[in-house]
Write a protein that binds this ligand. Sequence first.
Ligand SMILES: [Zn+2]
Length: 381
Amino acid sequence: MTAIQAWFEECRSGAASLHKDCQPAPCTPPRLISVGLGGTTPRLVQPSPGERVEYTALSYCWGSNPPIRTMKSTLPVFSDELALDQLPKTFTDAIQITRALGIPYIWIDALCIVQDDSEEWQAVAAKMDSVYLGSQLTIAAAQTANSFYGCLNSDPLLDGVHHHEDDMFFRTPSLPGTDEQLLVRVYTADPRSRIQKTPLGDRGWTLQEHLLSHRTAFCMRPEVYWGCQASYQSQCGLHLTSDEIARGETTLPLMRGSNTATPLTSSDWHRVCAMYSRRDLTFPRDRIPAIAGITRYFAERMERRPIVGLWEETFSRDLAWVRASRHIMPKFSSLTDSVPSWSWLACPSSVYYPLDLDSAGGRVEHVKLVEWDVKWEVRVV
Ligand SMILES: [Zn+2]
């Protein structure tokens, strides 16, 4: 908790210089949880449209046992009071972190979207990019496949020895004149790739949550990591600067700041396709909605029109995806009933783009998309 507070304050107070790209874009989600600052009762609230609100957002796995949810029947109760002892530990930990930062609201999808109101669900899902772009901090409960484990269960020194097969540990001989030893930890891989090996890193919905957030606290075992546009840090003292972040393979321009002059390219989108196609979803029907927010983000910044995972302006190049694995995700096999087979979103396997289609120097386009139409049909399932 202390580490998150320190990183957050450093980032927020550095708004004029180093952390200038870390400031969230203004957003007013239609419903938020008041965390009860100043001794008030935690409850669901509806800010006025356009009202300036500061909030955090929670990124977590629902798991097979869905957490407590807001339904039409429970909305009046939760608007009156959210009893913290009824919430799963991940939710209450995230609320505690939010309070400790002095932020009055938090956004948690299970509670802030009325789950049996399909109209509201679709409206929010289509604008999920704004929710995460506007969050002061995204709290990523990365290490658990459900909402009951909590966010803050790590001890960087003790847990680290036993739980991090990716790292190397060794102890020094006793220090002169004492029987004290030093425990030395060596990161053997890019620590930012660690999130991909957690339950959260495998989920489809969470890709856009992490790519679009300006600041994220990755709550992992054995320690918490901080990622913002200017730095990546760990509780154990690892500190990557913005230059080192920019050189990383796992970094997209949008993670380097939505205010940056670096334009998004087709290659960036193709990397998103590869990352997203590896991820699992509880409901196959979510494969398009779970990437809708980031699609909208790219559409606005590239000034292109999306066509089921491809783009009107670069359609012929975007067709050049390749299936990457023999491994099939059976639940996605039926997607060809509703998604056209030319879209990588219909492929029940991971995909990638083998060619760098941005470096098209001198290439002549022989294909032009003359006319197209996509009709969306709402199915009640
Ligand atoms: Zn920052």
